[in-house]
Design a protein around this ligand. Structure first.
Ligand code: G3P
Length: 219
């Protein structure tokens, strides 16, 4: 399973990149706003800075909600770094049309805000590179986000779609482990749950024991 980091914070992206396990980055308007960037120039500079850190796709979401606006903005975002930028578009009527437009041009796209298998089917038929179902937000309303990931993975396999299932709105380590179980192609996570995967009390305890042994052998 690939790991993307779900943040626009440059420090956190650099930290994940330095681990050597990072496959890409996803951002959205909320995550960009958190970094305090304002205006087109700053926003584009920020995406460029992210692209310079990571060796992989960087999802940049359009702010426009109408088809023409999405096309214009998507083209501009893609031009920031055509080797990395993935145009992130919402799963709406205009968004699906825009996914199809960019897919036909060979651009990478990420169809976001997906909450049903039906939406995932449309994203794949439009040719999205990634489909982003939101796990945590479904759990928030007492639905089962991980079941949706499993159902989309199975549906894509059954029909042979090339679209990758990018599990989003991942909140904790258990979400990541469950994504592995159901075969998500990618999990995009905040830094904390990625780092939490490293921790185990027996690893800490075992290292203490080894450190003591190493200290006892010093001359
Ligand atoms: O990947 C989508 C993500 O940023 C949304 O996460 O926690 O706001 O549902 P959350």
């Amino acid at each position: 399973m690939k790991f993307f980091i779900d943040t626009a914070n440059l420090e956190q992206i650099s930290r994940a990149q330095s681990l050597g396990i990072l496959d890409g980055v996803t951002t959205n308007p909320s995550l960009m706003a958190k970094e305090g960037v304002k205006g087109k120039e700053q926003i584009f500079k920020h995406y460029k800075a992210i692209c310079n850190i990571v060796n992989g796709p960087v999802s940049a979401e359009v702010f426009a909600t109408d088809y023409e606006g999405m096309i214009k903005e998507g083209e501009e975002l893609y031009a920031i770094d055509p080797t990395k930028i993935t145009i992130k578009l919402p799963c709406t009527e205009d968004g699906i049309r825009a996914v199809k437009y960019f897919a036909d041009k060979g651009y990478r796209t990420n169809c976001t805000l997906v909450f049903t298998v039906g939406q995932a089917l449309l994203a794949a038929k439009a040719g999205a590179t990634y489909c982003s179902p939101f796990v945590g937000r479904l759990d928030d309303i007492c639905e089962d986000g991980i079941s949706l990931i499993r159902d989309i993975v199975n549906m894509y396999q059954y029909y042979g779609f090339g679209t990758q299932v990018l599990a989003a709105s991942i909140r904790h380590t258990n979400h990541i482990l469950k994504c592995i179980e159901v075969g998500a192609d990618v999990a995009t996570c905040p830094l904390k749950p990625i780092l939490s995967l490293i921790d185990h009390p027996l690893t800490t305890k075992g290292l203490d024991i080894f450190n003591q042994a190493a200290a006892s052998m010093k001359e």
